[in-house]
Design a protein around this ligand. Sequence first.
Ligand code: ZN
Length: 291
Amino acid sequence: MESNVEGLIIKINSDLYTVKLENEEILDCKCRGKFRNDKLKPLVGDKVKVDTEKKVIGKVYERKNELIRPSVANIDKLIIVVSTSIPKFSSFLLDKFLVIAHKNNIEPIIVITKMDLISRKLKKEVNLYIKYYKKIGYKVYKNKEIRKIKNEFNNSIVSLMGQTGAGKSTLLNKIDKTLNLKTNEVSKSLGRGKHTTRVVELHKIGTGMCADTPGFSSLELYNITKEDIKNAFIEFSKNCKYKTCMHVKEEGCSVLKQKQKENNKVFDSRYNNYIKLLEEVGNGSKRINSK
Ligand code: ZN
């Protein structure tokens, strides 16, 4: 009998790995000691080979990406939750999240929340942003478009990102009521200071999975280069014919020309965020590689 079966790690609690096998069976496994020596730590989202008799993970397949917070691998889509009220709308944070998605080869999906709480004037402005991001090729939804957002989970591993209070839990609760309950239970059972290890888990949504995510208000750029930032501003690369151009002060750069010619608030905000992000990387925290 074949005892080596492929599966997906859907939960990690300390050194207990819960794997969903190919036949949908759920199996709690341990890890082979070898991994510790290799410094390879299996993550939620990892595709693995399991010895079902010994209940041991024998192999971790190559990852297509790996996020630090939450600690998950092989994410297909990143839902970036952007609040317009409290916390107030920040195009800078949005662009920063987009850089992270591009860098990690994850399809970003933007979800705008709390538009019912803002003034008509601000609503008009946010709509200009929505229009712009859609035009350059992103999927942008308002949080009331629940069905469309839910469809994004189909056959995918999805993670959510956004500031604390941006409305991630509310959104998840609307997509699947049982899911929010589950994530609450997890955080309750962890208590305060009692457990030092965080449980990371994938929750089923339709035919896909959702990685539970802690909220956070600050975001550092890990291992991100100026080139990564440049590549993440997709419309600039499309616009400028010079492959090596950084669109900062190069002669003949179409991005700079457009900036001078057009009086477009959203374009200006994109450009300013771009420069700000380049500077952030340029100032080089130790976490950021220069190559
Ligand atoms: Zn350029």
